[in-house]
Design a protein around this ligand. Structure first.
Ligand code: SF4
Length: 212
């Protein structure tokens, strides 16, 4: 977790950032023990982001803040790419730009669809527009292109727009265009998850600090 930097005691922070050079000579023994236990706890917290203890140590030896590469639904960053020609700026997600590298994607645009466009919903494996056109191929193409970008940039996390037939995570509309929700993922989310990318929706992200 990136946030724990703020909780680190100054002496510990200094110790880490100088390559854990056995303290600066003014760390008391008891404080050293406490710092070690803090370090272990923080290592546990950090497991989701860093691969192993070696990487954790390397991170602090260099004193560099870890920058994560996160795939983000472009509409959550205010890009007007939604079916209705609007964006859906989420200020908290935009703020991540100060710490991390965000890679904006719009799978539906990547799949060759225009903006604005007819709303669509999943109906099982198919994606259908409100006026009855089968647009599954475009949604699948968008998912594949998004995966390509995720792999190109080495993203292991994504924050995607909830309930979209492309980006929805865990809950989507049921295909009747009546606002009814059912469990399920959008086409892109489904593909990203199959390839081991951890996906959160925007409200998941607001409540699950552990994600970052
Ligand atoms: S496909 Fe995803 S990124 Fe594009 S507008 Fe829909 S929810 Fe936003």
């Amino acid at each position: 977790m990136i946030q724990f930097h703020g909780n680190m005691e100054p002496a510990f922070r200094q110790d880490c950032c100088t390559g854990i050079k056995k303290s600066k000579g003014n760390l008391k023994k008891s404080q050293g023990k406490r710092n070690e236990s803090d370090r272990k706890k923080q290592l546990t917290d950090f497991k989701g982001d860093l691969h192993n203890e070696k990487e954790f140590e390397q991170h602090f030896r260099t004193g560099k803040e870890k920058v994560m590469k996160i795939l983000v639904s472009a509409c959550l960053l205010g890009v007007c790419c939604r079916y209705n020609g609007k964006g859906e700026l989420n200020p908290a997600i935009k703020e991540l730009l100060g710490k991390h590298q965000l890679i904006p994607v719009c799978p539906e645009i990547l799949g060759g669809l225009s903006t604005p466009r007819m709303p669509a919903e999943r109906q099982g494996v198919r994606v259908m527009t409100r006026d009855g056109r089968d647009v599954t191929a475009a949604y699948e193409k968008g998912a594949e292109e998004t995966l390509k970008l995720a792999e190109l940039f080495g993203c292991r996390h994504a924050i995607l727009k909830e309930r979209s037939p492309s980006c929805g995570n865990g809950v989507i509309y049921d295909g009747t265009f009546q606002g009814k929700r059912i469990p399920g993922d959008g086409k892109t989310t489904e593909l990203l998850k199959k390839h081991g990318i951890q996906v959160a929706g925007e409200s998941d992200f607001m409540t699950r600090e552990a994600f970052l």
